[in-house]
Design a binder for this molecule. Sequence first.
Ligand code: ATP
Length: 203
Amino acid sequence: KRLTIGVTGGIGSGKSTVARTFATHGISWIDADDVAREVVEPGEPALAEIASRYGDRVLTEEGRLDRRALRDIVFRDSVERRWLELVTHPRIRQRLLEHLQRMRADTAPYHLLVSPLLFESGQHELVDRALVIDVPETLQISRTASRDDVGEVQARAIIAAQMPRSERLARADDVLDNSGDLDALQRQVAELDRQYRALCGEA
Ligand code: ATP
């Protein structure tokens, strides 16, 4: 049996780093954030719907989606947020299904769906197991701040808008504790790789 493992965690928890480490074991992944960007590329029907609702203020000069302008509109308005989800989520889901189907045809026994909103978006229904990358909030903030140009205040606001750590952990099948160094991360990925291969019936 081929398994799809969902990988989730808050901002700066280490999802991308974990996915790249699984790749060193021959495992491929699809990132739901990349797919979410694909469905609003120029020429996509979702972008046309968004542009007809909000007008030019959500488009750049080149006709691409101005993500910051759109975020400003939906951030405080739950009705608009809901509308946007209805336009984008089914298309993201459809495209994810296509990617997952392609990965299932791979020789590797399992593959990953990396998604910051695995549970919130309902994408957990597309996976066999959920792996939560867990770090204390202080580390989430310092790692996010040193990677991006995101200030501590903004990092805190993003964390507050995401699912609480305790709830995420309660829904996890597996947990990777990423409070240690990169060696500790690699050791845990190696152990999970053994477990997942065993679950798939590999020796
Ligand atoms: P986002 O949701 O914001 O895309 P993410 O969950 O994918 O973030 P990463 O980008 O993998 O997180 O990690 C955030 C930052 O923390 C990166 O700069 C990464 O190099 C660093 N990092 C991740 N894990 C560790 C670790 N165990 N030790 C030190 N630094 C780490």
